[in-house]
Design a protein around this ligand. Structure first.
Ligand code: SF4
Length: 56
């Protein structure tokens, strides 16, 4: 199941849809942007998709 095309597409989308702030963040390898369902706040620059728990 982990190697299924659907799962791979989901994982790739989770990575691709991260805001630029996450891609340049020192904590990225710890949180990976968090769960997709929690990515509904904008960054300071106005980019959508930041995890609402990021400030924590
Ligand atoms: S959610 Fe916040 S802490 Fe996590 S990678 Fe993105 S910017 Fe960094």
């Amino acid at each position: 199941m982990v190697l299924s095309p659907r799962q791979q597409a989901f994982g790739e989308a989770k990575w691709r849809d991260l805001p630029g702030k996450c891609h340049s963040c020192a904590q990225l390898t710890l949180c990976w942007g968090g769960c997709a369902k929690h990515r509904f706040t904008p960054t300071r620059e106005g980019e959508e998709g930041l995890n609402y728990l990021c400030r924590g």
